[in-house]
Ligand binder design. Structure first.
Ligand SMILES: N[C@@H](CCC(=O)N[C@@H](CS)C(=O)NCC(=O)O)C(=O)O
Length: 212
């Protein structure tokens, strides 16, 4: 059996990893490190992740970081069990779009220069620009889902949905009014048993070694 160990809970990026693992029906060890805590900045965690960030995963003794890459690696390895990567190029396209446009250049800018402005500096113009940028970028996902398809690729659910879904609640928490088409999609995502278990795991409400 593959030995899997995840570090990280209570974050939208850690949710991507727990949610993927739960969609795949895997059991794994969790070390419940939260962001901005002494456990995260401890020297012992630096030996796991040199940047002290969450999430990190270890699969059969090999460590990986970057939540999107971890979700894709899991999807590739366990594809025979559940296919979360049904269309190679389009899943990659959506994953990079979410990681770059919705996460790094929008939501993380808002977080760094909003909630974390004591560390990264106040930048109200950058924050309001990032709000607008998120909404502009979201029109790509909105237009795709507007034809009534359940998931980004149509019928098959994929890692692309996990990536996009991880940014919707996060955007709302930052005061962004998520377009209705994406709110309806978010409701469908949240009804998935894998998403519910992923949230339970991300929020420390389940024994991930026991599978729930
Ligand atoms: N690009 C990375 C970002 C990881 C990241 O920044 N995680 C946050 C928590 S969601 C963190 O650990 N922040 C602490 C820090 O930056 O020191 C990923 O997607 O995994």
């Amino acid at each position: 059996m593959t030995a899997i160990h995840v570090w990280g809970v209570f974050s939208s990026r850690a949710l991507r990893v727990h949610w993927t693992l739960q969609e795949l029906g895997l059991t794994y060890r969790t070390t419940p490190i939260r962001t901005r805590t002494p456990e995260q900045t401890a020297a012992s965690y630096r030996t796991v992740n040199i940047l002290h960030k969450i999430p990190t995963i270890e699969i059969d003794g090999v460590r990986y970081t970057e939540s999107g890459a971890i979700a894709l690696e899991l999807a590739a390895r366990f594809r025979d069990q559940v296919d979360l990567w049904p269309d190679r190029s389009h899943v990659l396209e959506w994953c990079f779009y979410v990681a770059m446009e919705l996460d790094a250049t929008s939501l993380y800018v808002i977080r760094r220069h909003g909630d974390l402005s004591e560390i990264y500096g106040e930048a109200p113009t950058a924050v309001s620009g990032a709000h607008d940028y998120w909404l502009k970028q979201a029109t790509k996902a909105e237009a795709t889902l507007a034809d009534g398809r359940p998931w980004l690729l149509g019928e098959p659910f994929s890692v692309a949905d996990i990536m996009l879904g991880s940014c919707l609640g996060w955007a709302s928490r930052h005061g962004i009014t998520v377009p209705q088409v994406l709110q309806d999609y978010d409701t469908r995502l949240r009804a998935r048993p894998g998403r519910r278990r992923g949230e339970d795991a991300n929020e420390g409400r389940m024994d991930t070694m026991a599978g729930g």
